[in-house]
Design a protein around this ligand. Structure first.
Ligand SMILES: *Cc1c(COP(=O)(O)O)cnc(C)c1O
Length: 400
């Protein structure tokens, strides 16, 4: 494929990468639905199979990838600045395959305490059982150096962290990791989605995006992607093949359609989220707003240095006299924020979350209840009015 040069800006890359090339072609790739691929001779079949074994692209069999999927992989790889990308049926499937492509029985894995909760579950419930030790480190890296062991094989981080958006100093983490032989650094890059953050350019070996969120952008597809540097590619691709991971070309097509508008959506959602965050900071019932783009957020300096923007995701902590029940009622009073999991779509969402339940190192004792908001593409004035109405109702409940 004749792909755009990697020195182009991200908005240009997502417009031009992964497009069909040639004379009289469609703007978008066709959706090539297939299991079987037929060949005109045994020689061409064997050639295709041998090419696929060397990790070349091209049709061999439905499970081994489709042209539609390859187009999407080209876009994601261009954004992430990696060697190659591979699609998975969900963000979590991408994460678990990335981890399994690195670790063997007897290895030790270090995982950031602020990781997406199912990652913690996979490490504790599955990796330990296959003989891989797993421990957690603070997102501020204060205990990381002391926790690296001779058998540490993988450091898994997520920046910013889930729920409270703790910023991780990735260049510092990479420096610590690379002082040891054989330590792979992998990053969950769903928050930045390749547009706002590029871990591979900061020295990470693997970057994972839950495309379900911003890349797809319309809350209608589950999808994940792992992008690696040259060193980690073969192991990742082989593990994906061994485990039989594949993605429907229809889902890949929907994600391709979504990713073309990633930059306008994310920048708009960031602008609105920043307005909502500033407004929430001034509300008496809210004690803390967690959003790295806020100048007084503890992670702001790292965010400013390493990220090119933010997104629509923020959390707010209520005053300690606001009960969990009152917080549930607040979320239910909101008219424009749906109640549900996930984020990254065009619509606003609100969900009570529990930091204490998903962290093992940091303590949330004596702190207030937290709601995570995802700010969609609605008008900021309408969203703020909706929040104002629900907060006023909450205040009346406290007074009465
Ligand atoms: C949602 C999410 C995932 C998992 O993605 P799915 O597609 O839901 O499996 C992984 N990491 C982060 C940070 C997420 O928010």
């Amino acid at each position: 494929m004749n792909e755009p040069h990697s020195s182009l800006q991200p908005a240009t890359l997502i417009t031009h990468a992964g497009r069909p090339k040639g004379c009289k072609v469609t703007v978008n790739p066709v959706v090539a639905r297939t299991s079987t691929v037929v060949f005109d001779s045994m020689a061409t079949l064997r050639q295709a199979v041998a090419g696929r074994a060397r990790h070349e692209t091209g049709l061999v069999y439905g499970r081994k990838g489709s042209p539609t999927g390859e187009s999407l992989e080209a876009v994601i790889c261009a954004l992430e600045g990696g060697h190659r990308s591979r699609l998975f049926s969900s963000g979590l499937a991408a994460i678990t395959c990335a981890i399994l492509s690195v670790v063997r029985s007897g290895d030790h894995v270090l995982v950031v305490d602020s990781c997406y909760e199912p990652v913690r579950k996979f490490c504790v419930q599955y990796l330990q059982q296959m003989g891989v030790e797993c421990s957690f480190f603070q997102p501020d890296l204060s205990d990381l150096k002391a926790k690296i062991r001779p058998n540490t094989r993988l450091i898994w981080t997520e920046s910013p962290g889930s729920i409270l958006f703790e910023m991780c100093d990735l260049p510092a983490l990479v420096a610590l990791a690379k002082a040891h032989d054989n330590v792979v650094v992998a990053v969950d890059n769903t928050w930045g989605s390749g547009l706002m953050y590029c871990p591979l350019r900061l020295g990470a070996d693997m970057s994972v995006i839950a495309a379900t969120k911003y890349l797809v952008g319309h809350s209608d597809v589950m999808l994940g992607a792992v992008t690696t540097n040259q060193n980690r590619w073969t192991a990742l691709a082989d593990m994906g093949d061994l485990l039989g991971h594949c993605v429907s070309p229809d889902d890949a097509y929907l994600a391709l359609r979504g990713v073309r508008t990633l930059s306008v959506r994310m920048r708009q959602q960031q602008d609105t989220a920043l307005q909502v965050a500033h407004w929430l900071q001034k509300q008496a019932l809210i004690s803390t707003v967690f959003y790295p783009a806020l100048p007084d957020d503890p992670g702001h300096a790292i965010w400013k240095r390493d990220f090119s923007g933010a997104n629509g995701l923020l959390s707010c902590e209520f005053r300690t006299d606001v009960s969990a029940q009152a917080v549930d009622a607040f979320v239910e009073t909101l008219q424009l924020f749906g109640i549900g999991h996930s984020w990254g779509g065009y619509e606003s969402l609100a969900l009570p979350v529990s930091p204490a339940a998903v962290r093992s190192l940091s303590h949330w004792q004596g702190r207030g209840n937290v709601v995570r908001l995802h700010v969609g593409l609605e008008d900021p004035a309408d969203l703020i009015h909706d929040l104002q109405t629900a907060l006023a109702r909450l205040g009346e409940g406290l007074a009465g």
